[in-house]
Write a protein that binds this ligand. Structure first.
Ligand SMILES: [Zn+2]
Length: 312
């Protein structure tokens, strides 16, 4: 069996230069601010400009100015044409005023991806903007001394003038794993899932834990299954609010389930044939797998295609 192919997941795949070494160059950042593409977020939603029958997430400077005073601005990167991409947060209280102007729609990021409202590459800029601006919103005060912090490095650091602490944007690693026992995989329902949706198990990586250890711990805690082999599949930025999904397969050493009823509403073994129905929306009970924008979809699809070959 050939190695698992690298796949391009939603919210990944940016073609931008993130300029990580040049964020402190104020003159460069200022020059990039001219004729930029501005990704404007208000609360949980983005402002998209109407362009005929389609939409553009990268607002012109003039359009961005019409969305109101920014609370925060951060550099996302520079594209191949030299154009700067910036994340711009405005107050959620602005949303009605923005909508009232015409020429804009205000949509949450999941819907933008599900409905394919913008090109794949722009989804990555939106994901960066959402996670980064959420971090700014939650780090206005120093976690070391409690005094106010100020943005630095084009929005990629916050500094505390009182104690000199520097704070950097965070990404929370989260493992999402498909447990496999022979010709079946384990799917579960969390109570917060939409009715009918079944997915892989998931949980946050804890301090002092490897990815493999987190995969086995979560599988044991949630389903009562001791894990054997673990194989890495792919990873996906998941800006809800600022996670990194690390997709894995884990070998189940038993098919006897002991479900954590606090975490899960239900869990059960599912054959490849049933997985196909879940993935294609043809399940007789109207059950379904997560959509292709989620890494869980691709974990299940890859199991259907490769079976235990996912372990190499
Ligand atoms: Zn401080």
């Amino acid at each position: 069996m050939s190695p698992l192919p690298e796949i391009s997941l939603t919210y990944a795949g940016s073609a931008l230069d993130r300029l990580s070494e040049q964020r402190g160059d104020a003159a460069l950042i200022q020059s990039l601010r001219q004729n930029a593409r501005n990704f404007v977020i208000a609360g949980e939603s983005f402002v998209l400009a109407k362009r005929g029958d389609s939409f553009d997430a990268g607002l012109s400077d003039e359009e961005a100015a019409r969305t109101g005073e920014p609370i925060e601005i951060a550099l996302i990167g520079k594209d191949a044409s030299g154009c700067g991409h910036f994340a711009r947060a405005v107050s959620p209280a602005q949303i009605d005023a923005i909508k009232a102007q015409g020429g804009f729609i205000v949509v949450d990021l999941r819907s933008i991806a599900l409905q394919g409202l913008v090109p794949h590459a722009d989804l990555s800029s939106l994901a960066t903007a959402k996670a980064l601006l959420f971090w700014h919103e939650r780090h206005r005060f120093c976690s070391n001394c409690g005094k106010p912090t100020a943005p630095a490095q084009a929005g990629w650091r916050r500094d505390c003038a009182a104690c000199s602490a520097q704070h950097f944007p965070r990404t929370d690693p989260c493992v999402i794993m498909l447990a496999i026992h022979g010709e079946q995989c384990l799917l579960a329902r969390q109570t917060r899932f939409p009715p009918g949706m079944w997915s892989a198990l998931a949980g946050f990586v804890e301090p002092g834990e490897s990815i493999e250890e987190a995969v086995r711990r979560e599988t044991l805690e949630e389903a009562g299954i001791p894990g054997g082999r673990v194989s890495y599949f792919a990873s996906q930025p998941w800006p809800f609010p600022m996670s990194m999904m690390i997709g894995c397969f884990v070998e189940a050493t038993t098919d006897k389930l002991k479900i954590d009823e606090v975490e899960l509403e239900a869990a059960r073994w599912v054959t490849k044939e049933e997985c196909r129905l879940l993935l294609t929306g043809k399940h007789p009970a109207r059950f379904f797998a997560p959509p292709p924008i989620a890494i869980a979809h691709h974990l299940i699809k890859t199991f259907v295609e490769r079976g235990e070959g996912v372990f190499g």
